[in-house]
Write a new protein. Structure first.
Lengths: 135, 135
DNA sequence: CTGTTTATGTTATGTTGTAACACAGATAGC
DNA sequence: GCTATCTGTGTTACAACATAACATAAACAG
């Protein structure tokens, strides 16, 4: 059982996380809302409030450059290092990875500047291997 | 004379770039629109179209996590490496820097995956030196 | 001088995200 | 039991960010 399940999610949080897990890729908040209308969701705030908590828990990541959200691909997201994302602009696939070496260098820079780092956003846009091959 | 000026900007592009340069920090498209109403701007598209070109030219960067835009801090932006940004959540200050070492490691990862990298987004959130000291 | 490309102006609309207020359920302390 | 508080929820309305579609004009190559 994944560490995610250790946390007691509320009903709405579980529904939203389930949508993202089932999707296997990024969804916008409004896409989630549409998926959950049959479960009683009526308004964007129901989605955004659940997403806020899930992001806080580390179970969901926000993709700033897509205005979308994705379930963390790790079994246990809490406490892992900063995530990065490779986003294919052809097929929309998103690969999460953890570039500890690159993040370490960025941390070195922030420390040298006296900048107290709270959160990193690293998003790489391009074309994935499959789409390069077929395109 | 900076390399930026080498390029012949259209009237709207020059107005938008001037706003961002004068601001010395990030502005949203609608903030730019309000600044330029006295110059005849009436609609968001006038701003977005100019921003699209300025970003394409490398003279302006988009900050994905702020939905805002900032003039490149380099004299000659064309052709320089990928930029990164340290964004202070207290005072809103944005520092642009060029972490070639970290970007190099990210490129190594993409190459090992067969991912054709087109563009990197690196945005660091936290508290700048001044705000750490005063807070 | 005509076809093409690029920039522009304008209206309307689409997409993403929050404010404000009301209510329900759990629970800790008296 | 009772009430204070905290968290989650439901709903309406709205704010903020971005683009579609269509029309006009200026620049320029052939």
């Amino acid at each position: 059982m994944s560490a995610h399940a250790h946390r007691e999610l509320t009903k709405n949080q579980a529904l939203v996380f389930g949508s993202l897990s089932d999707a296997g890729g990024p969804l916008t908040a409004y896409a989630i809302l549409d998926l959950l209308r049959e479960d009683g969701f009526r308004a964007p705030l129901q989605v955004y409030r659940a997403l806020d908590k899930l992001v806080e828990f580390g179970m969901v990541h926000r993709l700033e450059s897509l205005n979308a959200f994705v379930a963390c691909s790790h079994k246990d997201c809490t406490g892992h290092g900063s995530a990065a994302f490779a986003i294919c602009e052809k097929c929309g696939d998103v690969r999460e990875f953890t570039p500890d070496d690159a993040v370490g260098l960025l941390k070195n820079w922030t420390e040298s500047q006296g900048f107290a780092l709270a959160r990193t956003t690293i998003e790489l846009r391009g074309t994935c291997k499959g789409c390069v091959a077929s395109g």
